[in-house]
Every structure is written in C-alpha cells, then in structure tokens.
Ligand binder design. Structure first.
Ligand SMILES: [Zn+2]
Length: 134
C-alpha cells in the first residue's frame, strides 16, 4: 500500500527497490530527528524548572495557557502592580530595588503567558543575564 502510494506521489515514476528503501529510511530518519528534538526540549524544560525551583507540571500548564488575554504582548497595568507588590518591589534574584523589570519566568518568546504565576520582578542586570535562556 505504501509502495503503491509512493508511486502515485512520484507521478507514475516506478521506483526501484533501492529507491523505495531510501525513501522509507529518509522518512524514518525525519521521525527519529523530530523525536530527539522533542526529547531535548523536554530535558531543557525540566532542567530550567529544576534550576528555578518551578514545578514542571505547573510550568507546562502556564506554557499551554494560550488564551488571547495571556498571549498579549503588553502586560496589563493591574497585573504589573500586583506582581510588583507581591514581589515586594525587589529583584527576585539579587534583591535590588532599582531599575526593576517584569520578567516572564517562562519566556514570552517560547510561549509563556502573562499570568501572574509566570511573572516575576527582576532588576535589569539579572533580566539581561537571564534573557530567554532555558
Ligand atoms: Zn537582580
């Protein structure tokens, strides 16, 4: 069946046995590569959680929260004020009180949202050092 489908895809070109095997190997390699990439991503995410003391399941919940409100680039002022107050107007890494920024614990660029549990206060130095690292 797969052999027949491939012949149709190749517009009637009759594949030889070796071509057919090469195509199957190529498809398998693409799947293996995707699986390895997925595993690497999970490993990176778990390492990120371990380093930052975040529960991995909570981290997944935050990342998968893709409601429009939580995916808006701009963080609402009320949310900023809540996080500033909760974090006592201090950098959560070094305790600095000047030049504070709101940081996405799980980076916005990697799908992190604007929920208060994904936001923290960092000074500009710590924020720059952290960047989008995972
Ligand atoms: Zn800091």
């Amino acid at each position: 069946m797969i052999y027949f489908s491939l012949n149709i895809i190749l517009q009637g070109h009759r594949t030889t046995g070796i071509e057919f095997i090469a195509i199957i190997i190529a498809v398998i390699l693409v799947f293996i590569q995707a699986a390895i990439k997925g595993e690497k991503r999970v490993k990176e995410d778990k390492e990120y959680c371990r380093k930052n003391g975040i529960d991995y399941n909570e981290f997944l919940r935050i990342r998968n929260d893709k409601t429009a409100k939580n995916r808006a680039r701009r963080i609402p002022k009320s949310t900023k004020n809540f996080v500033l107050s909760r974090d006592n107007y201090t950098c959560q890494y070094c305790g600095a009180i000047n030049d504070l920024h709101i940081d996405h614990i799980y980076p916005f660029s990697r799908g992190g949202g604007n929920t208060t549990d994904n936001l923290q206060i960092l000074c500009s130095d710590c924020n720059l050092q952290k960047s989008d690292k995972i």
